[in-house]
Design a protein around this ligand. Structure first.
Ligand code: MG
Length: 354
């Protein structure tokens, strides 16, 4: 016999720390809805995110490498799952709302364009020529509030406002706006994001031989972690993630949640190494530049020529053409973008290919 939902929520709330967002939430949905029979409000939101079309497309989007080059490199989908897993662990350990953290983590990169950061840069540059700009967090928010849909009653996924707030990541804990600082759950997802990409970039960079373990060992944090990896017979990536997560636990759930000062310094040095040896590696840059070319080429094409998809977006959302073009191109997977670009009429395609 299942206990009723209200009773289960009350019991679950007793396990949360006082600073956690309660299981029933406090801000509500954009459009009020009756409660579900069995699922907590944030569990419903998680399901809506996972069943969205934008979530499924994450598998075809690059993290750092062009997808499809190697079977073991991260895509944006595997990155998202790693962020979600780390966020949930941290939330549970710190007495925070695990379901809310999971929602924010699963949705945090929905608005990422194809070709990783290169695609984001290209889209930002292109949008600036139209007096706007592009930032993937804002686009994630646009997807769940406007572009994706599940019901004829409303646009978007009608998520709880705590999830939407969590996606407005650029708002730092120090920006105490009218609606208050981000929840601790949102803050730990930001940290989990950095923990996940640092861990998998080290792993992917070594696998792709962009740098050697010897090169990497010049970084103090890696020296410490390598020793722990050997002692515990675990992977370097595993030991690194463990080290970063444990540091948060020693600091505890104080607002803002941050790494200890000494770890922050060491982590920044590792980020510096990765920046120089991975993101600026000629092989990676070559692929990144090709990605940028494709994104700009597609945007220019769809702005100048008619397209059923773009016209549909304009009609549905009442936005300007350049914004609909951005929404369309941003939603593409790497492969779809490349194939679409290659099939463009010669005058547009050729100019940027050669
Ligand atoms: Mg991310």
């Amino acid at each position: 016999m299942i206990k009723n939902l209200a009773q289960r929520i009350t019991e679950a709330n007793q396990l949360l720390a006082p600073y956690a967002v309660p299981h029933e939430g406090t801000l509500g949905r954009v459009l009020p809805e009756p409660p579900d029979a069995t699922r907590f409000p944030f569990q419903r939101d998680r399901d809506r995110i996972i069943h969205s079309r934008a979530f499924r497309r994450l598998k075809g989007k690059t993290q750092v490498f062009i997808s499809g080059v190697g079977d073991h490199y991260r895509t944006r989908l595997t990155h998202t799952l790693e962020v979600s897993q780390i966020s949930r662990d941290m939330a549970r350990t710190l007495g925070l709302n695990e379901d809310l953290a999971e929602c924010i983590a699963l949705a945090h990169d929905l608005g990422h364009p194809p070709f990783g950061h290169a695609g984001e840069d290209a889209l930002d540059t292109w949008m600036k020529t139209h007096g706007s700009g592009f930032e993937h967090n804002q686009q994630s928010l646009r997807i769940v509030t406007t572009l994706d849909h599940r019901s004829s009653q409303y646009v978007g996924l009608n998520l709880n406002k705590e999830v939407l707030e969590g996606l407005m990541k650029h708002r730092t804990p120090f920006d105490k706006g009218a609606e208050g600082p981000p929840s601790l759950e949102a803050q730990i997802v930001n940290l989990a994001d950095e923990i996940a990409y640092t861990g998998h970039d080290v792993d992917d960079g070594l696998r792709a031989q962009l740098f050697s373990l010897e090169d990497l060992s010049s970084v103090p944090l890696i020296q410490e972690v390598s020793q722990e990896a050997t002692e515990n017979d675990t992977s370097l990536r595993g030991a690194l993630i463990h080290k970063l997560v444990s540091d948060i636990y020693t600091v505890g759930a104080v607002d803002p949640v941050e790494f200890s000062e000494s770890l922050r310094e060491k982590l920044d040095a590792l980020r510096g190494f990765l920046w120089k040896n991975m993101y600026l590696h000629p092989e990676v840059l070559k692929k990144a530049n090709r990605g940028k070319e494709i994104v700009i080429g597609l945007c220019d094409h769809f702005l100048a020529s008619s397209s059923e998809k773009v016209d549909e977006l304009i009609q549905k959302h009442g936005c300007e053409r350049f914004e609909a073009v951005k929404d369309y191109v941003c939603g593409m997977t790497d492969d779809f973008a490349a194939t679409t670009f290659e099939a463009l009429p010669p005058q547009q395609g050729d100019a940027s290919v050669h």
